[in-house]
Design a protein around this ligand. Structure first.
Ligand code: PHE
Length: 340
């Protein structure tokens, strides 16, 4: 019997060695371990029957080869499951938790920009785009700011190459001229976009921020039209009636030029820290397009006129949501962004 046990072991190990796939593996395991007909199971049963003086020795031997064969089978299984695609494919762990998808959302600036675009589309404006790397010509010259003009100092500029006179656009206004050159008059357009200033950053200044330029050119356009469109825009964004006032403001490309203020929405005009106790918030520089700008744009200033405005999109987002540090908007900090 001892010899028989050793023979079974040898044979089993040899057969296990030759296993090629999971089917072979199942067959061999059954051949030895099947409860009823497995060779090893039978052998273990036989050992129970032998006389008590032989039992300890044969029993120990039988158990030893059982564990040898089991080990060999385990080892083979891990080998074949690595190269047997069927095993991998067939294996589905139904107890695994289903992956939860985290849905992102648009950046708050993009959200407000989209809202503004909808409002302007409903007023018959088209949405336009322009280059962020702009020529000195469009950024300044055509906007009635010649080389020698002190108004150039109003906007700290990133100059790219002195030779080609390229700049990172300091405002979205250059698209006014580009749009009029391309589409002529009459024209209603808004231009949301990123602009750059060579500024020292702090809670209310960043080197990169967003504006939304607006332009309406037609016959007999008046300041009343300008105020009406501004009020429509602001009440659309703040979802309530807003009170506005115009103050004179200087920009070389508009005449007359204004600063449009809104009555502070936080304190309703009583005075608080957000409006610096004045009750008013400066929000929208605007004015009637200067005839020189129309001339550069190829528009007959005797027939057509119009208004333009430069909404500080980033500033508007800060006011809408009560954000007190502009730098948060570009920080990419998820703790901040997840709140919108
Ligand atoms: N482009 C100006 C700026 O960025 C804003 C402006 C636009 C003023 C249009 C008047 C009309 O400061």
């Amino acid at each position: 019997m001892e010899l028989n046990i050793k023979k079974i072991k040898e044979q089993a190990l040899k057969e296990i060695e030759e296993i090629k796939n999971s089917q072979d593996w199942e067959d061999i395991r059954n051949k030895y371990f099947s409860r009823k007909s497995g060779e090893l199971s039978k052998l273990l049963k036989d050992v129970k029957e032998v006389s008590s003086d032989l039992k300890p020795k044969l029993g120990a031997l039988a158990n030893e080869i059982k564990s040898d064969i089991t080990n060999a089978l385990d080892k083979k299984k891990s080998e074949i499951s690595q190269d047997d695609p069927k095993v991998e494919k067939d294996f589905i762990d139904v107890t695994l938790e289903v992956e939860k998808y985290k849905l992102g959302h648009l950046h708050p600036v993009t959200q407000v920009q989209t809202e503004l675009e909808e409002i302007f589309k409903s007023l018959g404006f088209v949405i336009l785009d322009g280059p962020e790397i702009e020529s000195d010509y469009y950024n300044f010259e055509t906007l009635n700011i010649p080389d020698w003009h002190p108004a150039r100092d109003m906007q700290d500029t990133f100059f790219i190459e002195a030779k080609d006179k390229l700049v990172l656009r300091t405002h979205t206004s250059p698209v006014q001229v580009r749009a009029m050159q391309k589409y002529g008059a009459p024209l209603r357009c808004v231009v949301p976009g990123r602009v750059f200033r060579n500024e020292a950053t702090d809670a209310s200044h960043d080197h990169t921020f967003y504006q939304l330029e607006g332009l309406m050119i037609g016959e007999n356009i008046s300041i009343t039209n300008l105020v009406a469109v501004m009020k429509e825009l602001l009440s659309g964004i703040f979802k309530r009636e807003v009170t506005v006032r115009l103050r004179p403001g200087y920009f070389p490309f508009v005449e007359p030029g204004f600063e449009l203020d809104i009555k502070c929405l936080i304190c309703a005009g009583k005075g608080c820290s957000v409006c610096k106790q004045t009750g008013w918030l400066e929000l929208l520089p605007c004015g009637m397009v200067h005839p020189n700008v129309l001339k550069y744009s190829g528009i007959d200033s005797k027939k057509y006129n119009g208004f333009a405005f430069g909404l500080g999109l980033t500033r508007l987002v800060m006011m809408k949501y009560g954000i007190d540090d502009i730098r948060l908007l570009q920080s990419g900090d998820m703790r901040f962004l997840n709140q919108f």
